[in-house]
Design a protein around this ligand. Structure first.
Ligand code: ADP
Ligand code: MG
Length: 244
């Protein structure tokens, strides 16, 4: 047994006949920051979606704090409360104000009193530096602000780990840094994070571990210094030369 917070052991998944994840082995320790990169279609999203049970795997084991994750709906709901996820497309509720987006989960899923939920929401809006946007609708905010709302919404559930799936890929270039800055602060505060991103400046700054995927496999897994200075495979070298 290890003291990993998240542990994937020989995880395999198929979409029909298509073998999308092939023997994925990966651990994320408490407080650790793991950055996953790789070409489009390599299975990065499927890995993080499997960790928080948006996808089911067919073979192998995923453990969270030592307990094996199943597809039982009750356990899925409780896991999704503990494992937060931030998506490329924000996924905010368009008809709810920013504040309501943030209080909904804590009130409905956690039974938190409204006043407590509002207090918590304001705290996290402060933390992502948009305390003054609480009463707006998502559509009235810039993409960078919407993504920071999405991060605050995840934080309001007080998750033990946050998964990010290309959180800056849908943003105009000038908004990328305001989102990455918030993520760097979270990392420095000790949050356990799994981040799918091609933002290698961010990776160099915060990653404890780099994972490179290609065609459904983890091809390389190493500390950032070794990863960037000395990639072990041609596939990884080619990928890095294309994005750096
Ligand atoms: P990445 O995030 O690295 O771009 P994904 O995990 O999204 O890759 O997808 C990996 C592969 O699985 C791709 O070839 C994609 O087309 C395929 N795929 C993803 N989701 C589905 C699905 N729901 N049904 C069938 N194929 C899928
Ligand atoms: Mg993806």
């Amino acid at each position: 047994m290890t003291d990993a917070m998240i542990e994937l052991v020989d995880v395999n998944k198929w979409f029909g006949d298509f073998h999308v994840l092939k023997n994925i082995n990966m651990t994320v320790g408490a407080g650790e920051k793991v950055v996953i990169c790789g070409p489009s279609g390599s299975g990065k999203s499927t890995v993080v979606r499997s960790i928080n049970r948006l996808e089911e795997h067919q073979k192998g084991t995923i453990r969270f704090n030592g307990a094996e994750l199943t597809n039982d709906p009750k356990s899925v709901a409780s896991i999704q409360g503990e494992i937060g996820m931030v998506f490329q497309q924000f996924n905010l509720f368009p008809h709810l104000s920013v504040l309501e987006n943030l209080t909904l989960g804590p009130i409905k899923a956690r039974g938190l009193e409204r006043s407590k939920a509002v207090e918590r929401a304001r705290h996290y809006l402060e933390r992502v530096r948009i305390p003054d946007q609480a009463d707006k609708l998502p559509s009235q905010l810039s993409g960078g602000q919407q993504q920071r709302v999405a991060i605050a919404r995840s934080l309001c559930m007080e998750p033990k780990v946050l998964l990010f799936d290309e959180p800056t890929s849908a943003l105009d270039p000038e908004m990328i840094s305001e989102v990455l800055d918030v993520m760097v602060e979270l990392a420095q505060d000790g949050m356990t994070m799994v981040v799918v991103t091609h933002e290698m400046g961010f990776a160099r700054k915060v990653a404890d571990k780099m994972v490179f995927m290609d065609q459904g496999e983890i091809v390389e897994q190493s500390d950032p210094q070794a990863f960037f200075a000395n990639p072990q495979t041609e596939r990884c070298r080619t990928f890095l030369s294309q994005i750096l």
